[in-house]
Write a protein that binds this ligand. Structure first.
Ligand SMILES: NC(=O)c1ccc[n+]([C@@H]2O[C@H](COP(=O)([O-])OP(=O)(O)OC[C@H]3O[C@@H](n4cnc5c(N)ncnc54)[C@H](OP(=O)(O)O)[C@@H]3O)[C@@H](O)[C@H]2O)c1
Length: 256
């Protein structure tokens, strides 16, 4: 058996949303470094252009699609850009937002916005991608759940975020069930703590970072290598028998 070939994703075409920063940027860079063409979407075009240059400098290819995932047209834009590069192999449905407040003061318009970006937009793009993948009989999708898709939060309150990530977990299982017969694998990544702009406010204040780290058995935050390789693995034939799963990327945080 040629085991190295199982991890080979050269020539694949994949969409990554929320690639302008944080985990999306890391996963897009990882896929591109492994030889995939990445179609990168987000609102901040300047950051996407910087990523495009960085990937090109490494010999890879990125295609920039500025878009807001709340805009119903974003899915068609991203898929059209991917199809211009070749058949669509995969999508990382990563764009996400958070919100924090005590639940008794929950701002319902913000709650709806979190659900729109973290859940409804994921559904919209996943469906659009599936319509391209079904006739080919193959494809992969990675959604972004969270440790907070599996348990309640800490601190002041994250009702909208936990509700949205719980929904992502369920959506992942149901899409995997519906599309498995078409050769499409759908899995979630459930990160614990990777330092990004989203969770920067969580670590402001004396002792807060130390408190988070104290709950991570491996004793450290996630680093880019902890997520880039897992994304490549799920995109590859090495992950061919994995679907409907939520894979914790949390240094053991959810283990206790
Ligand atoms: N970091 C962690 O420890 C952690 C833990 C668990 C789960 N996650 C999940 O990982 C994903 C990425 O988060 P992150 O930590 O990397 O945060 P981040 O650095 O804030 O990145 C969020 C990304 O989503 C994009 N985005 C947000 N709203 C958008 C919209 N309306 N349209 C298009 N793009 C939008 C942002 O791009 P623009 O602002 O340029 O549009 C940005 O690229 C999220 O789904 C998050 O819930 C992260």
């Amino acid at each position: 058996m040629d085991v190295a070939a199982l991890f080979d994703i050269r020539g694949q075409v994949a969409i990554v949303t929320g690639a302008s920063s944080g985990l999306g940027r890391i996963m897009a860079s990882g896929l591109a470094a492994a030889g995939a063409t990445v179609v990168v979407g987000a609102r901040r075009e300047d950051r996407l252009r910087a990523l495009e240059r960085e990937i090109a400098a490494g010999g890879g290819r990125a295609v920039v699609v500025p878009c807001d995932v709340r805009d119903p047209g974003h899915a068609d834009l991203l898929v059209a850009a991917a199809l211009a590069e070749g058949p669509l192999d995969g999508v990382i449905l990563n764009a996400g937002v958070g919100a924090g407040s005590p639940a008794e003061h929950e701002d319902l318009s913000r709650f709806h916005e979190v659900m729109e970006v973290n859940v409804a937009a994921v559904m919209r793009l996943a469906s659009t991608c599936a319509r391209e993948m079904i006739p080919r009989g193959r494809g992969w999708m990675i959604t972004l759940s969270s440790i907070l898709g599996k348990r309640g939060g800490t601190g002041e309150g994250v009702a909208a975020y936990t509700a949205s990530k719980g929904a992502v977990e369920q959506l992942t299982r149901e899409l995997a069930r519906q599309w498995g017969a078409h050769g499409i694998r759908v899995n979630a990544l459930a990160p614990g703590y990777f330092p990004t702009s989203m969770n920067e406010p969580m670590t402001q204040g004396e002792g807060r970072l130390e408190s988070i780290i104290s709950r991570i058995p491996l004793g450290r935050p996630g680093v880019p290598e902890d997520i880039a390789g897992v994304a490549v693995f799920l995109a590859s034939r090495a992950g061919a028998y994995i679907t409907g799963q939520s894979i914790g990327l949390d240094g053991g945080m959810a283990a206790w």
